[in-house]
Design a binder for this molecule. Sequence first.
Ligand code: MF3
Ligand code: CO
Ligand code: CO
Length: 257
Amino acid sequence: PMIHFKTDEEINTMKESCRLAAEVLLMIEPYIKPGVTTERLDQICHDYIVSHGAVPSPLNYRGFPKSICSSVNEEICHGIPSDRKLRNGDIVNLDITTYLKGFHGDTSRTFFVGSPRKKSEKLVEVCRQALQKGIECVKPGARLGDVGATIQQFAEGHGYSVVREFCGHGIGNNFHEEPQVLHYGNFGEGVEIKKGMVFTIEPMINEGQPDLKILPDKWTAVTEDSSLSAQFEHTVCVTDSGVEVMTRLEGRPLFYL
Ligand code: MF3
Ligand code: CO
Ligand code: CO
């Protein structure tokens, strides 16, 4: 088991895949409206990715049947696009991973469908900020436990809980590589962060309890108590002095909410 450190050249190539994944999230936003099916969103993303010379990484990954993951309301992650119509007040996370020039780029965002409920707005905003604070911990010499502890403290401080069963991950030529990036933990513990590491941070934050169950489709993770769950994800690389968010579009905020 080992971490694959990337050269500057590999990171530059990987940025192209990451940029494409980020562009998909920007492109798809206007289509997210009451009445649209998640299958339709999947189709549009699939066509965009393929037309840009890339492959959607989720498609056929360990048998996953679609090109993106779409997780609505109490769905935590790995929701399978279907004929389900989105409704006003829903929240939906779209998780986009592209494979371009030999590298994966992975990013996700939770969107509001129509006009958000106050409690959805609060949860989604805390999740977004949790990711931001996690990213701010990344620099050479820090530890992955610092990232997890920061996210956990922030989310729990707002009365929410952090999902334990899924984590961020190293990424590169493989969709999921070492190290695991937990969204909870203790400061000063875990793997030391070093230049050339590339990994995702992707906290899943629940309104209620952290517990989950997997639906009979074998993929969709839902909160056991049916409470709302939000998620944001970026792919980051460690530089000499700190961190670069590879799935952030140039000239745009970390998240264009
Ligand atoms: N994109 C997800 C992640 O952030 C993984 C999806 S695996 C799939 O790691 F098979 F469900 F697509
Ligand atoms: Co993802
Ligand atoms: Co990921």
